[in-house]
Design a binder for this molecule. Sequence first.
Ligand code: GAF
Length: 400
Amino acid sequence: NGTGTAHTAPGSATDVTGLTGAFTALYGTAPEGVWAAPGRVNLIGEHTDYNDGFVLPLALPHTARAAVARRADGALRLHSADVPGGVVEVAAGELAPGARDLGWAAYPAGVVWALREAGHEAGGIDLHLRSAVPTGAGLSSSAALETVTALAVNDLYGLGLPPGELARLAQRAENDFVGVPCGIMDQTASACCAEGHALHLDTRDLTRRQVPFDLAAEGLRLLVVDTRVSHDLADGAYAERRASCEEAARRLGVPALRDVTPEELAQAPGRLAGPGEETLFRRARHVVTENRRVEEVVALLAAGDTHAVGPLLTAGHASLRDDFEVSCAELDLAVGTACAAGALGARMTGGGFGGSAIVLVTEAAAVTVAEAVSAAFAAAGHRAPRIFPAVPSAGARRLA
Ligand code: GAF
């Protein structure tokens, strides 16, 4: 995965010049603009977004950037600096789900397809892309690719779609063109987050609220621990969890698990847990308690008590590990070690089965905690994790 040329900060003027130059070298004319869209971490609210529930992600400073120009013939030419293999060309008539195996290019191609399917006059594009969002790390590198494409096409073709709608169409691209049954969180985070804030999203009615999240002011840091165990949302386990949640809601007689409180669920184990079926009850218990944790975290942030968020993060991790069963040994080790070394709280973030954990820690303890996690990984014989601070950053934007 490309993190940009060494010494070139992603999104900087030098980076924009580099993207523009590479585009011109590839396609023979200059791009019409350069756009950026970030990856994310989710502070709390995991596996709730396909249950009509609540999420609280924040954008990372790591972005996918795209230099783009319109084409008159409706075709797409797509190139990534991060992937070997040259330009992928898709003729206008070829743009249909499953028509061809497009590899990475299915993400931008799927977005143009989704825009056209929704009746928007999205014409052809030449695109050159470079991303600093680590891939396979649970940090939404795919959503960043989709969102940067959606924003560029929206601007260039004057579609006038608001960010929330671009996120919805980017999700449609991933669901129906790429074939991953994800929820709406990642694309909305990439499109709609604001610097210094976490984004409180109700995934039922898609209302959004920017929640101030000024870690530095409180002497805190949020660390990302990328375990470098690659996760793959398409591998069936995600779809299986989703199906369990839908089945649990059906048995409880509600439209979605969003409509059940932890107290109500505790009264109703019999409806979910016939003999040998306690798994369904535990899946549902994760979702309904996680929705409650989101509300509790939002209330603590509003009260300026970010320190107190830590135990809720750790409780969320236990629920994902024990009830939802989407953690793995490396994530559990990162969380357990960080907490034992003095972190305020920690949890896996994103879909799970690998990927990244987040750790809330005081500035004073940050180095000690990071070193403890690295040492524990070495002692267990795991690959060295990548650890970096999550600075709440801006959502998708035009750079040039
Ligand atoms: C992945 C999905 F893409 C999101 O929609 C969300 O379900 C998340 O896993 C789990 O919270 O990132």
